[in-house]
Design a protein around this ligand. Sequence first.
Ligand SMILES: *[C@@H]1O[C@H](CO)[C@@H](O)[C@H](O)[C@H]1NC(C)=O
Ligand SMILES: *[C@@H]1O[C@H](CO)[C@@H](O)[C@H](O)[C@H]1NC(C)=O
Ligand SMILES: *[C@@H]1O[C@H](CO)[C@@H](O)[C@H](O)[C@H]1NC(C)=O
Ligand SMILES: *[C@@H]1O[C@H](CO)[C@@H](O)[C@H](O)[C@H]1NC(C)=O
Ligand SMILES: *[C@@H]1O[C@H](CO)[C@@H](O)[C@H](O)[C@H]1NC(C)=O
Ligand SMILES: *[C@@H]1O[C@H](CO)[C@@H](O)[C@H](O)[C@H]1NC(C)=O
Ligand SMILES: *[C@@H]1O[C@H](CO)[C@@H](O)[C@H](O)[C@H]1NC(C)=O
Ligand SMILES: *[C@@H]1O[C@H](CO)[C@@H](O)[C@H](O)[C@H]1NC(C)=O
Ligand SMILES: *[C@@H]1O[C@H](CO)[C@@H](O)[C@H](O)[C@H]1NC(C)=O
Ligand SMILES: *[C@@H]1O[C@H](CO)[C@@H](O)[C@H](O)[C@H]1NC(C)=O
Length: 509
Amino acid sequence: MSLFLFLLLLLLFIPISLSQAPPRGLLINCGAQSEAQFDDRTWLPDWSFVSSGSPKTLTSPVRVPTLQTLRSFPRQVKKHCYNVPTYRGAKYLVRTTYFYGGVNGVDHPSPPVFDQILDGTLWSVVNTTGDYANGNSTFYEGVFMAQGKIMNLCIGSNTYTDSDPFISSLEFLILEDSLYNTTDFNSFGLALFARHSFGNSGSPIRYPDDQFDRIWVPFEQSSSAIASTDNVSVYGFWNLPPAKIFETHVGSEQLESLELRWPTALLPSSKYYIALYFADNTVGSRVFNISVNGITYYHNLIVIPSGSVVFASQWPLSGPTTITLTPDASSTRGPLINAGEVFYLLPLKGRTSTRDVIALEKVKQSLRNPPPDWNGDPCMPQQYSWIGITCSEGPRIRVVTLNLTGMDLSGSLSPSVANMTALTNIWLGNNSLTGQIPDLSSLKMLETLHLEDNQFSGEIPSSLGNISSLQEVFLQNNNLTGPIPANLIRKPGLDVRTSGNNFLSPPAS
Ligand SMILES: *[C@@H]1O[C@H](CO)[C@@H](O)[C@H](O)[C@H]1NC(C)=O
Ligand SMILES: *[C@@H]1O[C@H](CO)[C@@H](O)[C@H](O)[C@H]1NC(C)=O
Ligand SMILES: *[C@@H]1O[C@H](CO)[C@@H](O)[C@H](O)[C@H]1NC(C)=O
Ligand SMILES: *[C@@H]1O[C@H](CO)[C@@H](O)[C@H](O)[C@H]1NC(C)=O
Ligand SMILES: *[C@@H]1O[C@H](CO)[C@@H](O)[C@H](O)[C@H]1NC(C)=O
Ligand SMILES: *[C@@H]1O[C@H](CO)[C@@H](O)[C@H](O)[C@H]1NC(C)=O
Ligand SMILES: *[C@@H]1O[C@H](CO)[C@@H](O)[C@H](O)[C@H]1NC(C)=O
Ligand SMILES: *[C@@H]1O[C@H](CO)[C@@H](O)[C@H](O)[C@H]1NC(C)=O
Ligand SMILES: *[C@@H]1O[C@H](CO)[C@@H](O)[C@H](O)[C@H]1NC(C)=O
Ligand SMILES: *[C@@H]1O[C@H](CO)[C@@H](O)[C@H](O)[C@H]1NC(C)=O
């Protein structure tokens, strides 16, 4: 059966000493005015990571201090982004937390629904409606590798967004290399679906018990299961789970199958990373088979005091999920399980070529009033590409059209536009752009250049005549001077329009 092709491993462990240092990374308290310490950890205000939106403070007090403020974004603008400095190649746990608090006024008692985007990939829809109705905040957690020195976390308005989207806090925590390392983080992110500590009726387990501040939510046991406190020592898992999750379990005292309806929510059809954690030091042996929705997941797991994790890197799931632990004939005790994690494998959609991103950032800087949605990745996700930008598809995502016709822009055109070597069309007509026309001779694919109805000054660069693909050069109604380069006038098949300028010599017919 093809399922057996998926990686399935039982790991036994080498001791590794656990550090008590707080997780490395950045904690960002959105909408806060200044740095603050909560539970001995430093939370930074968000204004240096984001250039749009406005900070808001909730009117009623909240228990979790980082939820007291948030940043609210005008919904008319497609996307708003945080730019967070990262170490290229490092693996990050990214957690976004949302608590609406009614900031959009009495006309909007319910929180808006919107999208969250990481780099070029639509991470998920943010729907906090259910949690907010219960007075709860909502968090999303994912594991992503930094592809560059900056990661973007963007908030995007979608068709359901009926009032201004917002975010309460943002965490970027560095994970050790071994965590979840059977995942190819160049191609996938992991989006957390569920992480539970079974048989636990206390509060969620997180930092300092979990050195990476992952949140292990207590899982209500079903009636057939019992919880007990174990005394086991666990170390050396690649995923470095906190020892505390092994203090409780859901298990059966009888030699009978244990069925766990977990995760409780229905799963969208996809491939998942699943890790199940087991440890026990009671007398006797616990040996059992594990199956997921009736399909064997692992045979004859022997639960030992030092613990084991059984994981699958790409396991297909859809709808309700049942985990069944069936004791083997050789087992003297019933099965048990301490904890589990399920992540959705999120295929990464790629990012715009760095060369174009750098050039576009410079183009943005040279415009006095760049379009407000020019944040985050220029091309990706496709439905969130920057206004005026059209891109190529495929493994190398390049910008092919820059079209900001009639957008009331002022400022100048950065010479860096010449680094966007896949451009075929530049249309900037009917704006108030000033300054010189940069040397564009490196744009070997350029077919149309429309700069009409602006205030460009200086001479027309003669290098334009060297672009063999050029078909249209529209420069009318500017403030250009000097001679019109002869190679432009003489170029066969080229439509050059230059009326309404201050040329020394009139264009040859
Ligand atoms: C958001 O969640 C609520 C409750 O969970 C649900 O009723 C609603 O349909 C969801 N909205 C969208 C746009 O998905
Ligand atoms: C959410 O709210 C409900 C009702 O107030 C509460 O029982 C539940 O424990 C809360 N859930 C979380 C995760 O805080
Ligand atoms: C994952 O990390 C462990 C522990 O460092 C290492 O032994 C193992 O080879 C790694 N696996 C992969 C696929 O990188
Ligand atoms: C737990 O184990 C430690 C060391 O093995 C032992 O000293 C201690 O008494 C045990 N506690 C319980 C409650 O069994
Ligand atoms: C456990 O799985 C093995 C292999 O599929 C099977 O032979 C065995 O009968 C199973 N044991 C139980 C108790 O289901
Ligand atoms: C540029 O945008 C204008 C106005 O939106 C449109 O008429 C024109 O066709 C576009 N040009 C290209 C090359 O996409
Ligand atoms: C030029 O752009 C303005 C908006 O900036 C628009 O109102 C006007 O119709 C445009 N003119 C032409 C000729 O396209
Ligand atoms: C074009 O990119 C190169 C690096 O790829 C850089 O050195 C150069 O300064 C850029 N040119 C402009 C005009 O920005
Ligand atoms: C245009 O191309 C010609 C021949 O390749 C070269 O001699 C000339 O310097 C180029 N002109 C400019 C302005 O780049
Ligand atoms: C147009 O060019 C002339 C001469 O170069 C200059 O004096 C004038 O300020 C320019 N006007 C604009 C709007 O750039």
